[in-house]
Each structure stands twice: as C-alpha cells, then as structure tokens.
Write a protein that binds this ligand. Sequence first.
Ligand code: RP5
Ligand code: MG
Ligand code: MG
Length: 283
Amino acid sequence: YKAKAEAKTAAYGKYNVLRIVVANELLDWSISYPDYNPVYFTAPGVLKDSKGVKPIWADDEPINWTLTPNWNAIDEINGHKVNRISYEKTYDFETTEGDQRVPLNPRGRRGIRGRGELGRWGPNHAADPIVTRWADREKRILEFVAIQRRDTGEWAIPGGMVDAGEVISETLKREFCEEALASLEVSDEERKQLKEKIDELFANGEEIYKGYVDDPRNTDNAWMETEAYNFHDEEGSSFSKIELKAGDDAKHVQWMPITSDIKLYASHSDFVRKVAQRHNANL
Ligand code: RP5
Ligand code: MG
Ligand code: MG
C-alpha cells in the first residue's frame, strides 16, 4: 500500500484559496493528468462590486449566460468591442458548470479553474507604456518610469486593462496618467491639460512586445495578454518636465534604472530589458 502523494499547493493571491503547483512536464493540456482537479474560484469582487452589481469590466458566470461570448473573435457587449482573440493561438475549451465551454489557457495548466481575479474568460487584454530616458548618457544607463503596485507591492510598468471599446493607444496614455501622474485626483481642467501633454509625448511609440503575460492572477480559464510600447525621451527634455505622482493602483512612482538583475512584476523585467537592448544601453 502506498499513500498517494499530495499535490503541492500555493495560495492564490490574497485569498484563502489554494492552487495546485503543476510540474513543468504536466503543464501542457495534451499530457494526461487524471488526478488533476483544481479548485474553481472567481474572486467576490469580480462577481459583484461594492454596490452589489456585476462590474462593467467583468463577464458573467457561465451558469448565468443567456448568450455565449464570441470566442477567438472581437466580441461586442452593449455596443462596445471586447477583444477575445489571443495573440498566442486559437485557444481550446473545457466544459464547466451549466455545461458551458470555457477557454483553456494557451500556456497550459495553472492549477486553478474559473477566472480568479480576472474579469474576462479567456484573454484579458492590457497595455504597458514603457517611458524611458538616459539616467547616465556616457555610461549608457537607461531608466524607466516604474510604479509600485498596491496589490502585490512589486515594482512594475504603469500598465492596465484595455476598457471595452478602447483602443490600445488610449489605454497606454490613460493608464500612465492614472498611475504615474495621479490624473484621477485632479480637476477636469488639469486632467485635460495633462492629457494634452501626454498626447504629444506619446505620439511616437515603438512596439516592444505583444502576447501572453506570466501574471500571478492567471488561471486555467483566464489569463493576461499585453501590448507593451516604448516612449523614449532621448534628450531628457520632454518627460522630465512632468511631475510624477503615484495614483490609483500605484502607491509609489519613480524613475528606475534598468539593470540586468532588475526584478519586476510578472514578465515586466523581460520587457524593460528588451527596451534597454533596443537603445544599446548597458545592462
Ligand atoms: C500585467 O497586468 C500587464 O502587463 C499589465 O501591466 C497589468 C494590467 O493589470 P492591472 O495593472 O490593471 O492590474 O499582466
Ligand atoms: Mg490602472
Ligand atoms: Mg495597472
């Protein structure tokens, strides 16, 4: 007689919920894993906001679906476009509560079912603005505008989710204004002025990355994907003029040098190192 080995587990975010730590060789959905039976979890804040209604950024639970989402396509919700296309691949499905099909994470098993903290089933699209200038031009040390996230306390790019109907170029600017310039805390007039400056500074961006993000919130059925763009201030004369102030999901903001051992949230270290390489900076 041999006792079955218990699968290793780890807490999912700040919740009292355990995810299975899936061994690398069992990640792929095509590998048989008969004992795999992760917990189903969707965070209370995704189901209902403080007023008791479903947040606009979230989908419904499958048992409530009257219409199924338009998978692997641009969906339309109340006249707004929601991108349900993955930059990785055409995703597959599994069957869940109420016999509905829900998307399967293209990178494989994450040890937890449902949406966790994410609003959308399948891909949750975000945008990441990487604003850079030279910290030391002679030594070719590049720095970027970093924020400290309120949720995990990790330093990150001031990015955020693409709202329904929003274009990426607007998400990049809006999230930068909210998290690095505290635009939600100023008057409408001041916000308009900030926005005009940012429109100018964000006129020329370079695409750095487009695809899956290894975000701690990812589950078997919901995951983050992003488009990261670099906005570079070569002379150090444009972005330096605007005052950084942490706001919304950010508790601190600062210019941070990009080093080879930089440690940032999710896949963000890879994105900023790629930017440094593009500018032939020293890491
Ligand atoms: C990351 O989560 C993305 O790269 C982006 O920075 C961020 C979006 O989520 P929130 O900042 O809105 O929580 O995966
Ligand atoms: Mg935000
Ligand atoms: Mg954010």
